[in-house]
Every structure is written in structure tokens, then in C-alpha cells.
Design a protein around this ligand. Structure first.
Ligand code: BG6
Length: 464
């Protein structure tokens, strides 16, 4: 049996706003995530004194990180993907000086990871940005955010240059097409021009962060982060095949710009036909030349596309609203499970870009049952992860360069889309319910022991 490479990074991925809690501690500012306490697809809530929401405490990782990191180390993690909350460093996003208490917090956290030899992979912005930038600047619609983001990124690179060598710019940058407030800080129902202009600013900011990282941390590597929205044609009809090509290009466009440094022809055609005119400067074009070192992505599911308008109306209510594939089964939340799709996606991205790939999110959201003795028999999760890891190994055999794998939510956390707690992803169970009641105690699930064995055997324990 082929083993995973020795330098393959193994671990898990978390995001500040889904684990930390402590939403106003140590000078933290209010973020877009704080203003959408019911999740990415929930409303903006004007908070009243005394209001409290599940994300305000989340799993209290802000205070309990030593315990969680010790558990990650017990599983043999060599990598932890985490995000920094922009609002802990620049509470309103436009201060001249960073908040020292916020910087010091992440210093302590990074030192704890170093104690166990766990390499951090840091996302600069994972589904949160200072709310003040939305209110006072109009979010990413405003070109000034490029410079404000660059200041934030440079502050982190300078401060943590000895401690962090792997970075990501924006989480699932293509999600902004589906959630413009979370992704771009655009309120209301922005039109296509407003959305793509804001996306342009964000991609320039991402490229400027790449440049800054290369200047400040010469031995560092920085990647982009895409939601891998793999789409198949619903049938072999050429019209459906074309529909799938176009659907895939809706998200690959982001990778094309971040890797190749220019807008692809198919996108220029789309802008022309839609009457979208973007304001792009020569300076922007120069910045975009700073290509990412590697490509990271999330992968949970695949979907289908068709040119048949009648069938297209059978859209499902999952994050990407894809058309279901009749050959696949789904999770409890209706996300279609497709391990082979991960091999296809890895090969597709490798063929297209020839840059190292990193799977930085993958996992199964499910309801777990806490049994007597604090036991959780999550065989369904083991099966899901096992089958996806097998396909990564296949892709490695295909010659794809894969840097590592960080499964989503190694410890249970608050879900992003609807801020649910009953949808759990972890190897570690957190005693907390949907109403925010629980001891927050941590328990090892069956998958905890399984993942530890997979890592220590470099995949030899995976089952075909
Ligand atoms: C990705 C996000 O979209 O999917 C994560 O990067 C998110 O933040 C994950 O948690 C799973 O989605 P959900 O809605 O089940 O939390």
C-alpha cells in the first residue's frame, strides 16, 4: 500500500469567528460575523444590551486553546489552519496602530502550537471583517480597503515572521458571489457591477498581500483559498457539458486571476455581455502579477449543471445551490457526498495551474449522539473521511502535488451558514447545545482515535 509522503501536512482547520467567542475581549472590534449572529445567510441584527448569541462564546477557544491544542497534538497534527480575527488587530479596520492585546493573544497561541511542533497555516480573513469598514467605507466596494487590508497583512507578517511560514489570503474568495455581505461587506442587494468591482478590489488586496509576504518572509509561502465547487454536467448532452464548463468557470475565475495575474477571456466576454464595466488601474494590473505560491481549497460536495431551465429549477438549498446528482447520496444537511470528486478536482486544479495544492477543508457535518460514559460512535464521519483520504492518495499517485490535508472543524464549532451547533464536524466533542447551554467540556470521539492512527501510519490504516 502506498503511504502518504513524509512531509505531507496533517491536521485540522478552524476559523476565529466560529471558535473563539470572547467577542468583545481585549479590545476586539465588532465584525461582520458578530452582526450576523445567525450565520452567513442570517439577517444583520442590531444588537440590544443584554442580547447574547451562540457565537459570542462559541467553544471559548479564546481561553481554552491550550487544552484543544494538546488534544490536536495527541492526534499527531503537524499543521493547524486557523484564522486571525482582523477586529482583534485593527478593531475598526482603519486605525493607524494595531491593538497590542490582540497581537499578544495570537503570540501566545502560536507559542503553544510551537511547543508541540504544530505548524500554523493562517488565513488572514475568514468570513469576518471589521463592521466599521462596512458602515463607514461601504466594504470592499471602496478601493481604500486595499490599503487598509495591506496594512493589516503587513502587520501580521512583520509580527509573526519567525512563527508563521504558511499563509492564506481570503477564505473561499468565490463565496462572495453567493454571500456578498460576508464576503465583501456589501449591504443590501448589490448589482453585478458592484459585486465584481468589490471582488476586483479584494483580488488586488490579495495580490498585494502576496507581494508583502514575499518581501517580509522570504522563506514563507502564501496561497489563495477557493471553495471547490466541482460541477458535473447533468447529462452527456453538449448543452449540459457547456453549462457545467460555465458553472466551473464561475469559481475557477478567481483562481485564474490569483495564479495567472490577469482576467481570462471568458470573463471579459461575460462582463461585456452583462454590461459590467470595471474600474481597473495599471497599478492594479501590476499588483495582480504577484501570483500565489500554492492553491488551497475546501471540498465537501459536488453538484451538477444543466442547460435545461425546467430541470435547473430543482435547485437544492445547500450553500452553493447545485443541482443534485442522481448517483450520489447526501449528508443529513443535503450535501452530496462524492469522494471521487476530490480526486477529479485535485487533478483538474493540477492540470490547470501546476502549483502545489492544499486541501484546507473537508468533513462531514452530522448530529452526534453522546452515549453513556461520554462516548461518541461517529462511524459515519470515519467513513466519509476515510473515503476522501483514499482519493487524495489516488491523486498523489496520479502525480498531483498535494501539500497537506486539514479537515474542517477538528473540534466541534459553530457552523458558518446558519450558526448551528447540532451540526458537528469534530474529532473532539464539545458539550454545548443549540441554545448555548453546556459545560463546554471536550470528549474524544471514536474518530479521534481513528485519525490519530491514520496520521501515525501515514495512511496505512485507511480502508478501501
Ligand atoms: C466553509 C467555510 O464554507 O464551510 C467554513 O469556510 C464553514 O467556515 C464550512 O464552517 C462548513 O459550512 P457550515 O455552514 O456547515 O459551517
Amino acid at each position: 500500500m502506498d503511504l502518504f509522503p513524509r512531509n505531507f501536512l496533517w491536521g485540522g482547520a478552524i476559523a476565529a469567528n466560529q471558535v473563539e467567542g470572547a467577542w468583545r475581549e481585549d479590545g476586539k472590534g465588532v465584525s461582520t460575523s458578530d452582526m450576523q449572529p445567525q450565520g452567513v445567510f442570517g439577517p444583520v441584527v442590531e444588537r440590544q444590551p443584554g442580547d447574547s448569541y451562540i457565537k459570542d462564546i462559541a467553544i471559548d477557544f479564546y481561553h481554552r486553546y491550550p487544552q484543544d491544542i494538546a488534544l490536536f497534538a495527541e492526534m499527531g497534527f503537524t499543521c493547524l489552519r486557523l484564522s486571525i480575527a482582523w477586529t482583534r488587530i485593527f478593531p475598526d479596520g482603519d486605525e493607524e496602530q494595531p491593538n497590542e492585546a490582540g497581537l499578544a493573544y495570537y503570540d501566545r497561541l502560536l507559542d503553544e502550537l510551537a511547543r508541540y511542533g504544530i505548524q500554523p497555516l493562517i488565513t488572514l480573513s475568514h468570513y469576518d471583517m471589521p463592521w466599521a469598514l462596512v458602515k463607514n467605507y461601504g466594504g470592499w466596494g471602496n478601493r481604500q480597503l486595499i490599503a487598509l487590508f495591506e496594512r493589516y497583512a503587513r502587520t501580521l507578517f512583520i509580527r509573526y515572521q519567525q512563527k508563521v511560514k504558511l499563509w492564506l489570503t481570503f477564505n473561499e474568495i468565490n463565496m462572495s458571489l453567493h454571500a456578498p455581505l460576508t464576503g465583501l461587506g456589501l449591504e443590501g442587494q448589490p448589482d453585478k457591477t458592484a459585486v465584481y468591482q468589490a471582488i476586483h478590489h479584494q483580488m488586488v488586496a490579495s495580490a498585494r498581500a502576496v507581494k508583502a509576504c514575499h518581501e517580509i518572509i522570504p522563506d514563507g509561502r502564501i496561497g489563495n483559498m477557493l471553495l471547490g465547487g466541482l460541477t458535473y454536467p447533468l447529462s452527456a448532452k453538449p448543452d449540459d457539458v457547456l453549462a457545467a464548463l460555465q458553472e466551473n468557470r464561475r469559481w475557477l475565475f478567481f483562481g485564474d486571476v490569483q495564479v495567472r495575474g490577469r482576467y481570462p477571456g471568458y470573463m471579459l466576454r461575460y462582463f461585456r455581455e452583462q454590461g459590467i464595466r470595471l474600474h481597473i488601474t495599471e497599478e492594479d494590473n501590476a499588483a495582480l502579477q504577484h501570483s500565489v505560491d500554492f492553491i488551497s481549497f475546501s471540498y465537501y460536495m459536488s453538484g451538477c449543471a444543466t442547460a435545461d431551465k425546467k430541470k435547473a429549477q430543482t435547485l437544492r438549498g445547500n450553500i452553493l445551490s447545485m443541482i443534485p446528482n442522481p448517483h450520489l447520496t447526501s449528508s443529513e444537511w443535503g450535501w452530496q457526498i462524492d469522494p471521487i470528486g476530490l480526486r477529479i478536482l485535485l487533478n483538474m486544479l493540477w492540470d490547470r495551474y501546476q502549483k502545489p495544492l492544499f486541501i484546507v477543508e473537508n468533513g462531514l457535518g452530522a448530529r452526534d449522539k453522546l452515549e453513556a460514559g461520554n462516548v461518541i460512535n461517529d462511524d459515519y464521519r470515519i467513513r466519509y473521511l476515510n473515503d476522501h483520504l483514499i482519493q487524495i492518495r489516488e491523486a498523489l499517485q496520479d502525480g498531483v502535488e498535494v501539500m497537506g490535508y486539514t479537515s474542517w472543524g477538528p473540534v466541534d464549532l459553530v457552523s458558518a451558514s446558519k450558526a448551528e451547533f447540532s451540526k458537528r464536524y469534530g474529532f473532539i466533542y464539545v458539550d454545548q447545545n443549540e441554545q448555548g447551554n453546556g459545560s463546554l467540556e471536550r470528549y474524544r470521539k471514536k474518530s479521534f482515535h481513528w485519525y490519530r492512527d491514520v496520521i501515525s501510519s501515514r495512511g496505512a490504516t485507511l480502508q478501501r
